[in-house]
Design a protein around this ligand. Structure first.
Ligand code: OFO
Length: 171
């Protein structure tokens, strides 16, 4: 595998594990504030991010590469209102999208069609995650100041269930 493509994918394992850690910190915030539905949503998101790390890990192994795991950074955001984590999530997902695009660009440069095909799933996934993040911001903006509406929103997020991402389910 091309060295640059390898390094970017190996680093992405760390970025996905950091995403899991970050979303767990969001879940902690909501749990501590009494919004168990939002906490559930972000704990499931954290599980999905861990899965994304595993998908990249499997890809490197399937291609005969070794994994180099690095230290995971500390989530350092302090939140003062319910909107805070939602906006941070939108920002973070756009950052991750840029990283996936950078891997894709590096793979395209060396005509690594296998890698480009592998990344297609992540490109779709990032679009979905950005849409969800924006949707959560919109709903909080529209309804967050009304206690009953916030209660309903929290119940909606309490219903999110974990589903194994297809690249892992089919591995
Ligand atoms: Fe890993 O899915 Fe978004 O960040």
């Amino acid at each position: 595998m091309d060295k640059k493509v390898y390094e970017l994918i190996n680093d992405q394992i760390n970025a996905e594990l950091y995403s899991a850690y970050l979303y767990m910190s969001f879940a902690d915030y909501y749990e501590e504030e009494g919004l168990q539905g939002y906490a559930n949503y972000y704990m499931i998101q954290a599980a999905e991010e861990r899965d994304h790390a595993l998908i990249f890990r499997n890809y490197l192994h399937d291609n005969g590469e070794k994994i180099k795991l690095g230290a995971i950074g500390q989530p350092d955001k302090e939140f003062t209102d319910f909107m805070g984590p939602l906006e941070a999530a939108g920002e973070h997902e756009r950052y991750i999208t840029a990283r996936i695009n950078a891997i894709y660009a590096a793979a395209a440069e060396v005509k690594d069609y296998r890698c480009m095909k592998f990344l297609d799933w992540f490109i779709d996934e990032q679009m979905e995650e950005e849409t969800h993040a924006d949707d959560m911001i919109t709903k909080m903006r529209l309804f967050g100041s009304d206690a009953k509406a916030l209660y309903d929103l929290d119940r909606e997020y309490a219903s999110r269930v974990y589903v194994t991402p297809s690249p892992l389910a089919n591995a």
